[in-house]
Design a protein around this ligand. Structure first.
Ligand code: SF4
Length: 253
């Protein structure tokens, strides 16, 4: 399936869902996003509004979905009450991807979720700030997570992951990778998901060549990191996060 699908809201705004392999449906939590990651189309026009829990449920109302990931348009912590309500109401296992932009990350980690993925995309603060401009510094994020981590079971710890989206010339140096590996020393059972960037229109940011991606993956493994290859499927035209959302806004003008 692997399809990016527009979803029209009652006020005419458009968000996106994406099918991933094996019945995972990715849904959006906001229309637009204030975080403004420069490689992503979702935040290019800022935030329009939060989605309600019912609007999230209607995106997920399909018989084929076996599990949900709230990883589409939006920062779930900025719409925490609706996201929490969704996780509590849905009968499907639900995972969340966040930049951990507020201390609500601690509340999120305590919910009955199917995984929390924290997008860091860097080992050092300058690269982190460049790629995720409107979130908190890495130190604050890791200190918050560490507070919850202490009291988590091994099973729960394995449900925590960190996203590292490789961007050529920004976070793909071995110094940057070494800094990420050092950060992960605090969370030994957590995984790192090494992501390929699906280029969005008019963005200067691209993924490094495949050989470099493979080299970094092998390097992380050799250093003992629990690293996984991720999002290999989302590499096609109009496949980047927020591309349909941005296109719908530009067509309205
Ligand atoms: S990557 Fe996520 S947090 Fe960043 S702008 Fe896009 S939707 Fe927002």
């Amino acid at each position: 399936m692997n399809t990016l699908t527009p979803v029209a809201l009652s006020d005419g705004l458009i968000v996106e869902t994406v099918w991933y392999p094996y019945g995972t449906l990715c849904i959006s939590s906001q229309a637009g996003c204030r975080i403004g990651c420069p490689f992503c189309a979702s935040g290019r026009k800022g935030l329009a509004r939060n989605l309600t829990c019912d609007e999230m449920i209607s995106q997920a109302a399909t018989a084929e979905a076996k599990r949900i990931t709230i990883s589409g348009i939006g920062e779930p912590l900025d719409n925490f009450n609706a996201v929490k309500e969704f996780i509590e109401k849905t009968e499907l296992p639900a995972a969340v991807t966040t930049t951990a932009c507020s201390s609500l990350i601690k509340d999120l980690m305590s919910l009955n979720h199917n995984g929390v993925m924290i997008s860091v995309h860097a080992g050092t603060e300058p690269a982190h700030k460049k790629l995720i401009p409107n979130t908190r510094p890495l130190k604050e994020i890791y200190d918050d997570i560490a507070q919850v981590w202490e009291n988590m079971s091994v099973r729960s710890r394995k449900k925590l992951g960190f996203n590292y989206l490789l961007v050529e010339g920004v976070n793909d140096s071995y110094d940057e990778i070494d800094a990420h590996i050092a950060n992960m020393g605090r969370f030994p059972q957590a995984s790192t998901h090494l992501l390929i960037l699906n280029h969005v229109d008019r963005s200067p940011y691209v993924s490094p060549p495949r050989e470099k991606y493979d080299g970094i993956y092998e390097y992380m493994r050799s250093k003992g990191l629990n690293v996984r290859r991720a999002n290999q499927w989302r590499r096609k035209d109009l496949g980047g996060c927020g591309t349909l959302w941005l296109k719908s806004l530009e067509e309205k003008r």
